[in-house]
Design a protein around this ligand. Structure first.
Ligand SMILES: O=c1ccn([C@@H]2O[C@H](COP(=O)(O)OP(=O)(O)O[C@H]3O[C@H](CO)[C@@H](O)[C@H](O)[C@H]3O)[C@@H](O)[C@H]2O)c(=O)[nH]1
Length: 477
């Protein structure tokens, strides 16, 4: 009698998110796609971040399990703070340094179960320490970037080349990126706060440790990883996917986005919404198609009172209908009496908004955004053009891509963290956008939405990359 072939083992993959909303959500979306393709996943989390995993665990109870580890203690963070939601950008390096202390407990966990080895480690690009950890576990290290390829290559280039600004130059000093297609260039004021912090932080013991963690993070990503996965798609960033990039260590980049599901029926993606999706939808129903501007700056941005006052004045003077989402911790910046004056055509949401649902409402014609990559992809998938107001991080690169290359956005203002725009100019941008001048960009945004939808369907570029990557992971067993 012939011996039955041994069953093919199911690869066990360890997933390590960075504890920021804008990073965890897309990595968990990607994890759901892998679970749906039959991989077994262990997702690292900490007690306060565990609720973010609930939808994934509920959808894939057999394939996904959490590994809940205490948030590292003895860090520079206040006790109990486990997620960057609502934190100012200067917290990012500290979180990045703190989370690196998860390495030892993860190693101990992996060694405690030799019968179920990890085949691959998929870690957020702010968890670069996971790449040498993967090597130590005998697993393949996969970097997941929640940003686009351009927005990922730029910080890696800065940390690789250690670019600095000559002492006699100001914020207009231009940094170019010669190894990236098109040789993009950005003014110093547009360079990420994390990189500037790295250059300017003091030399005391704590700052030195955090700085070292941050630089090493980027070097590990490109030097130690096997491949890189980006939440992007070819119709959006094909130019940066054609040839391997020096700034990304010439690694293979798999473009698998948009990874987010098309809808968010509960409207609670990433948090309990301050307004139910149905109620927001009912409010929007009163407005004609494409007439409303949705204004939201992601999960991190904190508006100064001066910036909020300029935005409020612009919204008031423009006379356009709008929804303005102000994060819960920042809600005091809405000027006194503003809501009463605009109540006929404007809604201020204080707290978390059901963004995915809002962008898919027919009345929403434009999205004023800081160009956080998740917001960019959600707008792209919904066919909503953007008014780009970049503030920090990858947002200036994203804005340049959207405005100058893909032409699905118009610049709202020069941007920058804490820089108030001219209210009159911003009001004119808003009026032009919803008026006939905005027609061309709106039409282009609809085309991009069709391309995004095609990318993730069978036969599409992101679908093909995802299938091929899963095939490669299976071969690791
Ligand atoms: O009221 C809100 C606010 C946000 N969101 C969601 O939260 C996410 C926000 O992500 P993103 O738009 O990328 O912004 P940030 O939270 O600022 O993201 C950080 O991470 C991104 C991915 O690396 C970077 O591109 C950004 O620059 C960085 O600030 C999106 O899915 C939004 O739909 C809501 O659902 N409701």
């Amino acid at each position: 009698m012939e011996k039955a072939a041994a069953p093919t083992p199911t690869p066990h993959v360890l997933v390590i998110p960075f504890t920021a909303q804008g990073h965890t959500l897309p990595l968990l979306d990607f994890a759901a796609l892998l679970a749906a393709r039959g991989l077994r996943l262990t997702v690292v989390t900490t007690p306060a971040n565990l609720p973010l995993l609930s939808p994934l665990l509920a959808a894939h109870p057999a394939a996904v399990r959490p590994l809940t580890l205490p948030f590292p203690s003895g860090t520079l963070l206040p006790p109990g703070l486990e997620n960057t939601k609502g934190c100012a950008p200067q917290y990012f390096p500290v979180f990045l340094h703190a989370l690196a202390s998860l390495r030892d407990p993860i190693l101990a966990w992996a060694r405690s179960q030799p019968d179920d080895p990890v085949a691959a480690v998929i870690a957020d690009f702010f968890c670069g320490w996971a790449q040498p950890l993967a090597r130590e576990l005998g697993a393949a290290g996969i970097v997941f970037t929640p940003s686009g390829v351009l927005g990922t290559a730029i910080p890696h280039s800065l940390f690789r080349r250690l670019v600095s600004r000559p002492p006699d130059c100001g914020d207009e000093f231009t940094v170019s990126f010669p190894a990236i297609p098109g040789e993009p260039a950005f003014q110093w004021r547009e360079i990420s706060m994390m990189y500037k912090w790295f250059l300017e932080a003091g030399d005391d013991e704590q700052a030195t440790a955090v700085r070292e963690s941050v630089r090493q993070n980027f070097l590990w990503n490109v030097q130690e990883s096997w491949v890189i996965v980006s939440n992007t798609f070819r119709a959006l960033e094909g130019r940066y996917l054609e040839t391997p990039l020096e700034d990304m260590g010439f690694k293979r980049i798999w473009a698998v986005g948009p990874v987010a599901p098309e809808t968010d029926p509960a409207g609670t993606r990433g948090g309990e919404a301050a307004v139910a999706a149905a109620n927001l939808g009912a409010w929007l129903d009163a407005f004609p198609e494409g007439s409303v501007v949705y204004v939201c700056f992601g999960s991190q941005a904190v508006l100064t009172p001066a910036v909020a006052a300029a935005l409020a004045e612009a919204l008031e003077r423009s006379a356009v209908p709008f929804v303005w989402v102000v994060s819960a911790g920042n809600s005091g910046v809405v000027p006194e009496g503003f809501e009463a004056r605009v109540s006929e055509r404007g809604l201020v949401v204080r707290g978390w908004a059901p963004q995915v649902a809002a962008l898919r409402h027919a009345a929403v014609g434009w999205f004023m955004t800081h160009c956080g990559w998740n917001s960019v992809l959600e707008a792209a998938a919904a066919g909503v053009p953007m008014l780009a107001w970049p503030m920090t991080a990858d947002q200036f690169a994203n804005a340049q891509l959207l405005v100058d290359e893909v032409r699905v956005a118009v610049r709202a203002c020069a941007g920058g963290f804490g820089v108030a725009p001219d209210a009159g100019e911003l009001a004119a941008v808003l009026r032009d956008a919803v008026g006939t001048k905005g027609h061309g960009v709106r039409a282009r945004a609809k085309e991009l939405a069709a391309e995004a939808a095609r990318a993730v369907k069978e036969g599409g570029s992101s679908y093909a990359d995802l299938e091929a990557l899963v095939h490669e992971i299976r071969k690791l067993c």
